[in-house]
Design a protein around this ligand. Structure first.
Ligand code: GAL
Length: 838
């Protein structure tokens, strides 16, 4: 067993930690004061205070929600059967400008960890500080680019110095707040780097890459945090002083690189992220449960859901490029923090069962028997007790397995028998209700058209004619290098003299993500990258006037790349061009090496129009009086906060692309005009077989052909009850705000099924004062539709009566499926019940 010296700043009373001894030593646990815990490990588990523990963890990224939401999210995670919360640390959020730090509001990381501690849970601190995470630039600050000699994520002083400075800052903050386990805090594991093993072979510098990853491990260990350091997806060149771990949809067949360390699954992807051009991914509860059960069947003991709550990419934090503002991820808690059923409940049942078998799983002798091809029986035995798993990894064949009795194990499922006789859980049999969430209007004021708008044009003039740029260059620069990502927007402007009038075509080659072209102050063309191709060309006819002509090009980014070998060097903007005018009479004018003037950001950003300060001159005040489909326009409205405590969203259908703020708080970028692609996997769904997010085999997609995101989360903490609230939009491409409306998110329909007589059927409208309004379906053998629209089957009048009596008017109800519900030819199939909540 490996025991770690405790964090060096602990002020608790404790026996001297064996700092000088080599790590690979078997040591007894040390008793400490003030709730401090020792964290060690062996080949079976993480060992906390001498006890081998099963760690069931969930990722909740603190900046993707608000501090006001954190306690509720953490409580729901705990009630969902987790004992640990995991998060990355968001370097470019904490240090947006070099040595200017932000630890306020949703970046108050210490407060987040204190909430975890308060809930009595453990924590995993994934510092990175490269974090990927569909986060802008993978979490790395773009200002790193300005440091001479900087090479990202390789062995070089400039990078390593900055990485160490930030890592130490975070560690010290955590130590000061006594957040490490040895200090009595919740943190039991910490991570350095992220999935470096996936890309290190492609960096064309093996030696530097290997030196760097060893430097990372040494630097981390020097921090003396008293808990083990992990490194995910680092299967080769694994430093001796870290634990390598697995990320993926499945990790049962993966084992760590050496003996003596536990099998840790740092990212079990509960769904997938969404991009503006993609539909919504869904990973079924059955498949996630299958993957988790397989992992514990095969000696896993530490498992983290990525994501347990995905949340929202507020501000300019989404990465990609092209990740949507919603980071819902199809996680067990939805973007707004609501419980997603049946995923949440089905996994909760599994967690509770696994934790009840903890001792046997982490101590037991184990024995795997191949029952048939792809069918395995695993028996763990400890202290005279046994638990069994039966896994059926066949995609489409159910099998009968005899173990005590004969058990039918459906295709692609695992049965768990805590006494090796009776099946307590099968991953394919869902006992939890399905909840369908709706976005509802609560009052007349929330109907489209009810909001009164005023507007203001973005002042484009400064960059159409005069010379007020920040600097000049006879080169077309990469946008990230030129402006270090302080805004989405970068102006490039040049001028040329022309004899007489002339008709041309303007060609702009750009590396994306979008471009607007103006000639002599007039918008002449716009384009954005599509289908994942970020290199594209704008082609548009233009007229030149006699004399001086101005060509102003506005380049916009939509989240910087966050993943891949040398991702940081992937250019954005009109890097290198060329930019050309091709004359209708055959004359070409190459502007690539003209004198270009640069300016980052828009005038309205500099004036902070989103803060709605006094002195801003808004025009108009009614729906008819505002311009629509006008590019580069600011809009403002005031609204009452919807009553109650359900999550609030704003429906921005009708708008095109831009950014939104409520009471000065950013809701993120919006782009409802972007339609999600129709692709393979849009209209097929089967939980059986390996889940994939890319390539062939993708399935269960929804929202195909629809706006990829029309609803934007307005956290309750952004709103003021009983006072007017302000919504400000910056519409960049031209849209119609008059259709915008506020909604609340609530449980609409709830469904549950009972396979056998004796089963309980529980239905809940999810709190917030919602009750069952009516029972729509109580039928056997329902064949068509999904929850909210079930059809077919054979209605049981007795069941309908029983559910109506027990449920209508109530927030939740439980009814036992009795033999009395059958009759009238209604014997076959499961009993399915669907109710409406209001
Ligand atoms: C992993 C990465 C995470 C996240 C995930 C996909 O490769 O470590 O940060 O990007 O993929 O959601």
């Amino acid at each position: 067993m490996v025991l770690f010296p405790r964090a060096s700043v602990s002020r608790c009373t404790m026996a001297a930690a064996p700092l000088a001894l080599p790590l690979l030593l078997v040591l007894a646990a040390i008793t400490t004061g003030c709730g401090a815990a020792t964290v060690a490990y062996n080949d079976r588990a993480v060992v906390i205070d001498g006890q081998r523990r099963i760690i069931l963890s969930g990722s909740i990224h603190y900046p993707r929600s608000t501090p006001e939401m954190w306690p509720d999210l953490i409580r729901k995670a705990k009630e969902g059967g987790l004992n640990t919360i995991e998060t990355y640390v968001f370097w470019n959020g904490h240090e947006p400008r070099r040595r200017q730090y932000n630890f306020e509001g949703n970046y108050d990381i210490v407060r987040f960890f204190k909430e975890i501690q308060h809930a009595g849970m453990y924590a995993i601190l994934r510092i990175g500080p490269y974090i990927c995470g569909e986060w802008n630039y993978g979490g790395l600050p773009a200002w790193l680019r300005n440091i001479p000699g900087m090479q990202f994520r390789l062995h070089n002083d400039p990078f390593e110095r900055e990485m160490e400075t930030f890592t130490t800052l975070i560690v010290d903050k955590m130590k000061d707040a006594k957040m490490f386990a040895g200090q009595g805090g919740p943190i039991i594991l910490a991570q350095i780097e992220n999935e470096y093993g996936n890309i290190m072979g492609e960096l064309n510098n093996n030696q530097s890459a290997s030196q760097y990853i060893h430097w990372c491990a040494d630097m981390a260990n020097k921090q003396k945090i008293g808990v083990p350091w992990i490194m995910c997806q680092q299967n080769h060149h694994v430093p001796h002083n870290v634990i390598n771990t697995c990320n993926g949809f499945y990790c049962h067949d993966w084992f760590p690189n050496r003996t003596g360390i536990p099998k840790i699954w740092t990212e079990n992807w509960t769904g997938w992220f969404k991009a503006w051009d993609k539909p919504d991914f869904h990973r079924s509860a059955e498949d996630i449960a299958f993957a988790v059960a397989r992992f514990f069947q095969k000696r896993g003991s530490v498992q983290n859901y990525y994501m347990y709550h995905g949340g929202t990419n507020f501000g300019r934090t989404s990465g990609g490029p092209y990740i949507t503002t919603s980071y819902d991820y199809d996680a067990p808690l939805d973007e707004y923090g609501n419980i997603r059923q049946p995923k949440y409940g089905h996994l909760k049942d599994l967690h509770n069962l696994l934790r009840s078998m903890e001792k046997i799983l982490v101590h037991g002798e184990h024995n795997d028997t191949a029952y048939a091809k792809n069918v395995t029986v695993t028996k763990y035995t400890y202290g005279g007790s046994s638990v069994c798993f039966i896994s059926n990894q066949l995609n489409d064949t159910d099998v009968n397995v005899t173990l005590g009795a004969t058990h039918l194990v459906p295709a692609w499922s695992v049965s768990i028998l805590p006494d090796c006789k009776t099946v307590a859980y099968n991953t394919a049999k869902i006992k939890t209700q399905t909840s369908v969430m709706v976005k509802k209007a609560n009052t007349v004021e929330e109907e489209p058209g009810a909001l009164r708008w005023s507007w203001m044009p973005e002042n484009l003039r400064p960059f159409m004619t005069d010379d007020r740029g920040s600097f000049r260059k006879t080169q077309l620069l990469d946008q990230i290098a030129a402006a270090t990502d302080q805004s989405d927007y970068l102006w490039y402007r040049t001028s040329l003299e022309h004899k007489g009038e002339g008709a041309y075509k303007l060609y702009v080659n750009t590396t994306g993500h979008e471009i607007y072209a103006f000639v002599n102050g007039k918008l002449v063309g716009q384009n954005h990258s599509a289908n994942g191709a970020f290199v594209f060309q704008l082609e548009t006819p233009v007229k030149l006037q006699s004399g001086k002509n101005y060509i102003s090009l506005l380049s916009g980014t939509v989240g910087l790349k966050n993943y891949g070998p040398l991702f940081e060097l992937m250019p954005a903007g009109i890097a290198g061009g060329p930019v050309k005018l091709v004359g209708t009479n055959g004359t070409d004018i190459d502007l690539t090496n003209s004198s270009w003037s640069y300016k980052s950001g828009l005038a309205g950003e500099q004036r902070q129009i989103h803060l709605d300060k006094a002195g801003h001159k808004w025009r108009g005040h009614n729906s008819s009086g505002i311009p629509v489909n006008r590019p580069f326009t600011w809009y403002k409205t005031s609204f009452a906060a919807p009553a109650g405590d359900e999550a609030v969203v704003v429906d921005l259908l009708g708008l095109n692309k831009g950014a939104a703020w409520v009471n000065g708080h950013s809701l993120g970028r919006y782009w409802p005009a972007y339609t999600a692609a129709e692709m393979g996997g849009c209209h097929v769904c089967d939980y059986r077989g390996e889940f994939k997010a890319e390539g062939g085999g993708v399935r269960c997609l929804t929202g195909c052909g629809e706006p990829s995101q029309r609803f934007y989360h307005v956290p309750r903490a952004f709103l003021r009850a009983g006072e007017p609230n302000t919504l400000v939009l910056f519409e960049e491409a031209g849209g119609d705000p008059t259709r915008a409306a506020f909604r609340t998110v609530a449980v609409g329909a709830v469904c549950a099924a009972a396979a056998e007589v004796g089963d309980d059927v529980t239905l809940s409208c999810g709190g917030h004062g919602r009750v069952v309004a009516g029972v729509d379906v109580a039928s056997f053998g329902v064949t068509r539709g999904s929850c909210g629209g079930y059809e077919g089957g054979c209605e049981s009048k007795a069941a309908l009566k029983a559910f109506t009596a027990a449920c209508v008017g109530r927030e939740s109800c439980t009814v036992k499926h009795t033999g009395a519900f059958a009759g009238a030819g209604c014997e076959s199939g499961a009993l399915t019940v669907q109710v409406t909540c209001s």
